[in-house]
Design a protein around this ligand. Structure first.
Ligand code: BG6
Ligand code: MG
Length: 310
């Protein structure tokens, strides 16, 4: 109205609020939860906006390196900031720093692809042959754990003592059954979401590695058409301690020439989360692992990594 120096045209106020708060402030309401994923334009030092969430008055202040949420209400407020769960007590404030990661280290089975189910099927066949009870819940304990240690967990329900040489026979049998299932894998077993997320992370200049306890990692990556994709592959062939020991991730970080604190690990296993934390790395959980208190981030979709690593 020939008057922009006098302020904002009232018909545009709603749109301006949306672009500031939901755009640069990154506010979303997902499954009834308040989330903030702010990103300031380079030329801005600060963005501040008031908000009423479930009756509580909040003030959000976004700065270049982090966000402060002040709660002027009378009840605590829980929300997700940069993918991390935060809680602001009444008449208090919290500051959440935006972390920047140089590298992402992915577990393979159950993260990049669904070979975790093939592990289950192959173990189920061995367990059935031995008359040992085995189900998907017990299988969860085998995630991230080496083949031999996995069998020891299954044998907890065996009423006899198995000789070491017999164990070797069943370990070979399990691996043969598992490899048969792997033979049927093709690049179409890599979901479009996983593929696009990996490509986008690569485009952003993030170093990408595999940190897997599996001795079959090379074969799986080949089947998926990813054998030349990752900057480093640290797998079960080169480690002496399986997860929850951090060795596999520490090896990956050193292959990438990255410090532990600059790496983010993505895991579907409690053992893997423990390995990441004891190696000094942050971790994002997928699948059942989101229930773990060790998870710094809980992903309900793989592509959410793009909100954390940018
Ligand atoms: C991990 C799986 O990735 O690799 C475990 O989560 C598995 O379940 C381990 O036991 C070892 O795999 P592999 O292929 O060497 O038998
Ligand atoms: Mg796994």
């Amino acid at each position: 109205m020939k008057s922009s120096e006098e302020g904002i045209h009232s018909a545009s106020i709603g749109g301006i609020w949306l672009s500031c708060v939901m755009g640069f402030g990154g506010l979303r309401i997902r499954r009834g939860n308040l989330e903030l994923n702010p990103k300031l334009p380079k030329a801005w030092d600060e963005l501040r906006f008031p908000l009423v969430w479930k009756g509580q008055k909040l003030t959000v202040t976004v700065e270049k390196k982090g966000v402060t949420i002040a709660n002027d209400g009378s009840s605590p407020v829980s929300l997700m900031v940069f993918g991390r769960s935060s809680r602001v007590e009444p008449e208090a404030s919290v500051y959440v720093e935006k972390k920047t990661y140089e590298a992402v280290i992915f577990d393979l089975d159950g993260v990049i692809c669904h070979t975790d189910h093939y592990h289950y099927l192959a173990w189920k066949e061995v367990a059935d042959e031995l008359g040992i009870y085995f189900d998907e819940i017990i299988n969860n304990r085998l995630r991230g754990v080496s083949r031999k240690e996995s069998f020891d967990i299954i044998l907890e329900r065996y009423d006899k003592v198995m000789r070491e040489e017999d164990k070797e026979i069943y370990l070979t049998k399990k691996n043969e059954g598992y490899k048969k299932l792997l033979e049927g894998m093709t690049p179409s077993d890599l979901s479009a979401e996983t593929k696009n997320t990996l490509m986008e992370l690569r485009k952003r200049g993030i170093k990408l590695a595999i940190g897997s306890s599996s001795k079959n990692a090379g074969l799986i990556l080949k089947q998926l058409g990813l054998e030349h994709f990752f900057d480093a592959i640290s797998d079960g062939n080169a480690i002496t301690h399986s997860k929850p020991h951090p060795e596999v991730f520490q090896k990956a970080a050193s292959m990438l020439n990255c410090k532990a604190e600059n790496c983010l690990v993505v895991e579907d296993a409690e053992a893997g989360l423990k390995a990441a934390k004891s190696g000094g790395m942050d971790c994002a959980a997928v699948g059942d692992a989101v229930k773990s208190i060790l998870a710094d981030y809980k992903l309900s979709a793989f592509c959410q990594l793009l909100e954390i690593v940018r």
